[in-house]
Design a protein around this ligand. Structure first.
Ligand code: GLU
Length: 169
């Protein structure tokens, strides 16, 4: 399989735990996108554009929000797109985007984190790196990069008891 190294990746951010921070009042809130800070130590020829589309815990995400995300996805001009998203409904959004067909011919990888990027023991950098590498290896389609694996949108599930993404039937 030829490897098509992406020269430009667009990152659409939607909130989720990856972007959660403690406010001055001590409440866990969705902060600004964490991706620029996660990418800041990375030396790469890839150009990244980060666009904040939504700022939601994914349990609060409705199909109206998903339609906003699908429109943003349709407007992206790069071939390779990463979406950061809360893990609880990441599979639902992946399937929505697949059914919605607004990203035909594009490689789209959703990722997120179980622990906020602002925490030292976060899985955010690991998952972001997995998603970036996956984008260069995958055929056009919608995928999830989590738990050190890549899953097609159609069958991916989150095993909430273990906090691990798995392949369903
Ligand atoms: N309820 C959160 C969400 O899905 C779960 C944590 C997470 O993002 O992993 O946004």
């Amino acid at each position: 399989m030829p490897i098509q190294h992406p020269s430009h990746i667009t990152v659409l951010t939607t909130g989720g735990t990856v972007d959660k921070i403690y406010s001055l009042e001590g409440e866990l809130i969705i902060g600004p996108p964490s991706v620029p800070e996660l990418l800041s130590p990375v030396l790469s020829d890839i150009n990244f554009t980060v666009q904040s589309v939504l700022k939601l815990d994914s349990l609060d995400m409705t199909d109206r929000d998903r339609a906003v995300l699908a429109s943003a996805l349709e407007a992206v001009e790069t071939q390779h797109i990463m979406i950061t998203h809360g893990t609880d409904t990441m599979p639902e959004t992946a399937r929505y985007l697949q059914a919605n067909k607004k990203a035909q011919g594009k490689v789209v990888v959703l990722t997120g984190a179980m622990q906020p990027a602002s925490m030292r023991a976060s899985d955010a950098s690991f998952n972001l790196g997995s998603a970036v590498t996956a984008l260069g290896l995958l055929e056009p389609g919608i995928y999830i990069a989590m738990s050190g694996r890549i899953f097609p949108a159609t069958t991916v599930l989150k095993d909430k008891a273990r906090g691990i993404f798995t392949q369903g039937n």
